[in-house]
Ligand binder design. Structure first.
Ligand SMILES: Nc1ncnc2c1ncn2[C@@H]1O[C@H](COP(=O)(O)OP(=O)(O)OP(=O)(O)O)[C@@H](O)[C@H]1O
Ligand SMILES: [Mg+2]
Length: 301
């Protein structure tokens, strides 16, 4: 296989006006078609990194410095007009609360058309197939009744699928999902996770999947980056993160995961396993029974 250029490559530090050092020399790469998980506790800087990639930090009085390359192009040299043309077309973002991301008074069909027209000047005859494809990619109905509905007439899971359909209308090469499943119940959450895996497989979309939930990331991502207080402490495949974590903070995160019958290969009751000795993150590989990749069926790998 020839070595492809990374889809995204960055090394960034970010300050907010009254809070310097929110991200400190954060460095990562996403390969084309790769799903990279970004995990860290609340306030660690995950959304800040998403905004920095989209060059939207000015909206929150933040500034970024360092390097930011997308498809080998330096995004720091782009004008705002050039960035606007990139956002939603080449790099899209899906946020946590689907209902607040949709316009409550506009019909779903109109919102999708607007989303398409933001980056294309075609006729209705050209717009309709794009909407049809996006809706069928997220397993939503394309019939007139559905397109006439307003956001209040959708379930939260349907609304999140609409948001994802909007995000993929122009087949971006990079989709950023910032806590995109956190507001959903567990069954809907797992359906949406499968959807991300499917989009990745079928459309070859690279995904930066941001979450505080290490377990959901485990099943979906090819690699996981662990962010702690503005610094990436470890990046590796799930087998490393769960089976042989290198950093004390990663070990602490893994040790803090809830035990459930689903996780326990021995069939022991939750909490009846050994790994709790690792609480302080001593340099010891996780116990065998916590090798999550063996126990959570991968949906992307
Ligand atoms: N506009 C701002 N001005 C000053 N500080 C900010 C601003 N926005 C965010 N912060 C601070 O920057 C840090 C990182 O915030 P960020 O929203 O990136 O965290 P996060 O990891 O996404 O958290 P969560 O999981 O809760 O979404 C936090 O300490 C937050 O309080
Ligand atoms: Mg956030």
């Amino acid at each position: 296989m020839t070595e492809a250029a990374p889809l995204l490559s960055l090394r960034l530090s970010v300050d907010y006006r009254n809070k310097p050092g929110v991200l400190r020399d954060v460095s990562l790469e996403i390969q084309p078609g790769e799903i990279l998980g970004l995990v860290g506790q609340s306030g660690s800087g995950k959304s800040t990194l998403a905004l920095a990639i989209l060059r939207l930090l000015h909206l929150k009085a933040g500034t970024a410095r360092g390097e930011l390359f997308f498809k080998s192009e330096n995004l720091f040299t782009k004008t705002e007009a050039q960035m606007r043309s990139l956002r939603g077309r080449e790099i899209s973002i899906v946020l946590q609360s689907p209902l607040s991301s949709l316009n409550p008074v506009l019909r779903i069909g109109s919102q999708l058309s607007e989303g398409w027209r933001a980056h294309a000047n075609g006729t209705q005859a050209e717009c309709a197939p794009a909407i049809h494809n996006a809706l069928s990619s997220v397993s939503l109905s394309n019939d007139a009744d559905f397109l006439r509905r307003r956001p209040g007439q959708l379930s939260v899971g349907q609304a999140q699928r609409v948001i994802i359909a909007m995000a993929i209308l122009h087949r971006p090469s990079l989709l950023i999902a910032d806590e995109a499943t956190s507001a959903l119940d567990t069954i809907t959450q797992s359906e949406i996770l499968r959807l991300f895996a499917q989009l990745n497989r079928e459309l070859g979309m690279g995904i930066l999947y941001i979450s505080h939930d290490l377990l959901s990331v485990a099943a979906l991502c090819h690699r996981i980056a662990i962010l702690n207080a503005g610094e990436i402490v470890e990046i590796g495949p799930p087998s490393q993160i769960f089976g042989a974590p290198q950093h004390g903070y990663t070990r602490k995160l893994v040790a803090a995961l809830p035990r459930s019958p689903f996780l326990d290969s021995n069939g022991d009751k939750p909490g009846n396993t050994a790994a709790s000795d690792d609480k302080q993150g001593r340099a010891k590989p996780m116990e065998k029974e916590f090798s999550v990749p063996e126990q959570i069926p991968s949906i992307a790998r």
